[in-house]
Design a binder for this molecule. Structure first.
Ligand code: AMP
Ligand code: MG
Length: 359
């Protein structure tokens, strides 16, 4: 693909400057790509109704065409133009959680290009709540197809600099509104089957969904059920293959009680250091003392009591250790409540489900 100059344009996160938004919107209307912030991660956007423009997304990311895109809207009425049927559940969830980090999978209208849906009869739609994303969609006056603004198989970007590192030369403009608030991708909920099914946990937690729809189901990925997940869930949500968010270096997830996690991580750390390797550790504030003198590269994701902070720092942590040049990453587990389920999901993906149970 032809190389372009990539401009990073700062934009106010709460009161985006209209002229800057218009510059980005004009690019989108003309069929170009724009990277923009959402409350989850930075997105790589194109006009969802221009197949040629959407194709540029796949080329820029190196993303396979079998992996469908989420369509971003700014008004509820736009949903009616993208789907053939809005079930009552969708109304209720949109009322509760839109704008916000919830993506709904619904039966697609034929107006939605097949390249967006990977040829499936369903389309994934979200109304993000970031003021810059909303302003951009409104100014472009079209729904915006946008996956995360990273190269395929890399960690999603939570800053404009992450997106630039992956995609510079491939995208003319990045709107920079600072770090993303939530830091993990949206919750994806399938409303096209018998029972509402959580395909990807995210910023709207399973508990929050179940407070509106008690029957929402979720099959937790376990390291041992990897094969099962790859066949069944992966068919429903083709992008959800296990090593989707992987950093380019081997990573291991340690679970168990905190003292057992510490002992097992220290033992693994020493083994790798003995082989002359540089080791990175993703941990919590509460673990810092244990590893302070270990000689490892430490990155704390925040306090165990603040899972929202942990989620917000997770992808930056993986990228920071990767850029520091560590040869292996060791990570602790976090509680699975609320956004913790999304944290675990992303850690399983980042480690390729290499889980070490410490006891
Ligand atoms: P990304 O935008 O990179 O976070 O990826 C979007 C993800 O949303 C895809 O990888 C799929 O897992 C999911 N998705 C998008 N469209 C659909 C759909 N029609 N049915 C099921 N899952 C979808
Ligand atoms: Mg992605």
């Amino acid at each position: 693909m032809q190389s372009v100059q990539t401009t990073i344009l700062p934009v106010h996160p709460l009161r985006p400057e209209p002229a800057r938004i218009e510059r980005a919107a004009a690019l989108l209307r003309a069929g170009n790509l724009v990277i923009f912030p959402t409350e989850t991660v930075y997105g790589l956007g194109a006009d969802a109704l221009q197949p040629q423009a959407v194709q540029n997304i796949f080329v820029a990311k190196g993303r396979p065409y079998s992996d469908p895109l989420i369509v971003h809207i700014a008004e509820y009425q736009t949903l009616e133009t993208l789907v053939t049927h809005i079930p009552d559940e969708a109304h209720q969830l949109a009322k509760a959680f839109w704008p916000g980090p919830l993506t709904l999978v619904l039966p697609a209208h034929k107006r939605v290009p097949a390249i967006v849906t990977a040829g499936m009869p369903t389309v994934a739609v979200r109304m993000p709540r970031h003021p810059v994303a909303l302003a951009l969609i409104r100014a472009a006056a079209t729904p915006i197809a946008a996956p995360s603004a990273n190269r395929f198989m890399h960690v999603s970007p939570t800053t404009a600099q992450h997106a630039f590192a992956d995609l510079h030369g491939r995208v003319p403009l990045i709107l920079d509104a600072g770090p993303c608030e939530i830091g993990v991708e949206s919750t994806v909920l399938d409303l096209t089957g018998e029972t509402p099914t959580l395909l990807r946990p995210g910023g709207v937690s399973l508990e929050m969904l179940q407070s509106i729809l008690p029957l929402v189901q979720y099959r937790k990925p376990h390291s041992s059920s990897q094969a099962e997940l790859e066949t069944d869930e992966a068919r429903k949500s083709p992008g959800q293959m296990l090593i989707h968010y992987a950093p380019t270096i081997p990573a291991y997830l340690f679970e168990g009680s905190t003292p057992h996690i510490h002992a097992a991580m220290l033992a693994t750390l020493q083994q790798h250091q003995a082989q002359g390797q540089r080791v990175g550790i993703l941990l919590a504030d509460e673990d810092m003392d244990i590893f302070a003198e270990s000689g490892a590269d430490l990155y704390t994701l925040g306090s165990l009591s603040q899972p929202e902070q942990v989620a917000a720092h997770l992808f930056a942590g993986l990228r920071t250790l990767e850029e520091a040049g560590v040869q292996i990453i060791l990570c602790r587990t976090f509680a699975e409540q609320g956004i913790g389920l999304a944290i675990r999901d992303r850690l399983l993906k980042a480690t390729g489900s290499k889980v070490i149970t410490a006891r």
